[in-house]
Design a protein around this ligand. Structure first.
Ligand code: BGC
Length: 416
């Protein structure tokens, strides 16, 4: 074969490979099913479509991803895992430990992810020195979303301490609305409790939820945190049980409720409803937690696949997710902030700009903690045991906060 012919053959081969790569679809398991989440998901789908990566949707509703993780386990057990899976924190490391995940190190190295992804996130994106997941965002849970008109009607300022919070909630009650929009599902109660415990101090949060220190889990400060959680129960409406989080957001959006304690995916719902931060709603850190951040980062973990084409599609999806322009466009809609430190904040609204600044500050000051409620503080067994006690406490099943704290210490010890 002449040089020219050989060159032509190689080019033709490349074309064939490329077209095969482009023909490959990715099947994506995720729990982004609310209005705001779906809008963000479309940003991702559309971006992948421009790169000829086809999308096969596998949505499994349920915040926090518990139902999605159950569906995932069933698929893997059946020997048919999806290509890419939305996943949080310790779940990623668990699947990596089972040897179920593919290796993204080649694309990560080529694109220099090590230099731009915060170390706290890399702790969940890498195992044994290999990249195993691509982080699409950083959410955080210690937020409160307040209806601006309802706050104005109290005549009080946005609360910065627990006592101020209680004063605002009491006034909202007097004004005839449901002070706290809430959905009675264990992961939602746990999300509220992230903020309540962090409000008692970063030390307590870290010792209890990350170090799993029995004295912190069962001690007087945790007892007080539970008393506060029990107090919050008195501000929800009678129909809270089982309500989805986005319906609780809707109550705040339409003024039926005053505020919601929820991660910043709630902002996605406000934006989807055409609401403007500062005008229609106010975003504050959970009173007493300004300066600290409890984070959860949605990552896409890639499951082992056989063919080179499927592997190439996974790498292309990961690369698309990590693109700085995409990270801006996606997170503006999702309510989260970018998972890279080099994305400009220009396109973000005031809550997003605050989220980015708070994250950077907490990262520098050592006050950035993994969210207990969203699987970034401890493995699933501990998380689930913690959920059970929190929900029981919220529903009045313990005599007081001290009894709940004692039960928590016991449950966490048994789960390890
Ligand atoms: C995820 C978010 C999601 C929320 C509610 C969290 O666990 O990190 O991306 O919007 O659950 O579904």
């Amino acid at each position: 074969m002449t040089m020219m012919k050989r060159g032509f053959a190689a080019a033709a081969m490349l074309l064939v490979t490329t077209s095969l790569v482009h023909a490959e679809d990715v099947e994506v398991l995720h729990w982004w099913t609310s209005g705001g989440e779906a809008a963000a998901l479309n940003v991702l789908k559309d971006d992948l479509a421009t790169k000829s990566i086809g999308w096969v949707d596998m949505p499994v509703a349920g915040g926090g991803g518990e139902a999605a993780m159950t569906a995932l386990r069933a698929r893997v057990t059946a020997g048919d895992p999806p290509t890419a899976v939305q996943m949080l924190g310790f779940d990623i490391l668990d699947w990596a430990g089972e040897g179920a995940l593919g290796d993204l190190t080649e694309v990560a190295t080529a694109e220099g992810w090590d230099a731009v992804v915060p170390a706290a996130l890399q702790g969940f994106s890498k195992a044994d020195g290999k990249w195993i997941a691509a982080p699409v965002n950083v959410h955080s849970t210690n937020w409160v979303w307040i209806n601006k008109a309802a706050l104005d009607a109290t005549g009080l300022a946005a609360p910065t301490t627990w006592d101020e919070l209680v004063a605002v909630l009491d006034k909202m009650k007097e004004n005839g609305i449901t002070p706290l929009g809430h959905g009675g599902q264990p992961w939602q109660e746990a999300t509220v409790f992230d903020g309540v415990v962090l409000g008692m101090g970063g030390d307590l949060y870290k010792k209890a939820f990350i170090d799993l220190d029995p004295a912190a889990l069962g001690g007087p400060e945790m007892a007080e945190a539970f008393n506060r959680l029990i107090k919050l129960r008195s501000y929800v409406d009678d129909n809270f049980s089982g309500r989805d989080w986005n319906l609780a957001s809707a109550m705040v959006i339409n003024g039926e409720a005053g505020m919601q304690m929820m991660g910043d995916w709630a902002k996605g719902e406000f934006l989807k409803a055409g609401k403007v931060p500062g005008t229609d709603f106010v975003c504050i850190r959970f009173p007493g937690t300004q300066g600290s951040v409890t984070f959860n980062s949605d990552q896409f973990a890639m499951f082992n696949v056989e063919s080179d084409e499927a592997k190439a599609a996974q790498a292309a999806m990961a690369s698309a997710i990590m693109n700085p322009t995409f990270q801006s466009a996606f997170n503006v809609v999702k309510g989260s902030v970018p998972a890279r430190t080099d994305v400009p904040n220009d396109a973000f609204d005031d809550c997003g700009k605050k989220g980015m600044a708070d994250l950077a500050e907490a990262n520098t000051n050592g006050t950035l903690f993994g969210s207990m409620a969203h699987g970034h503080a401890a493995p699933a067994a501990v998380k689930n045991a913690t959920y059970d006690v929190i929900t029981a406490a919220f529903n009045g099943e313990y005599a007081d906060g001290a009894a709940a704290a004692a039960a928590l210490a016991e449950a966490v010890a048994a789960a390890q």
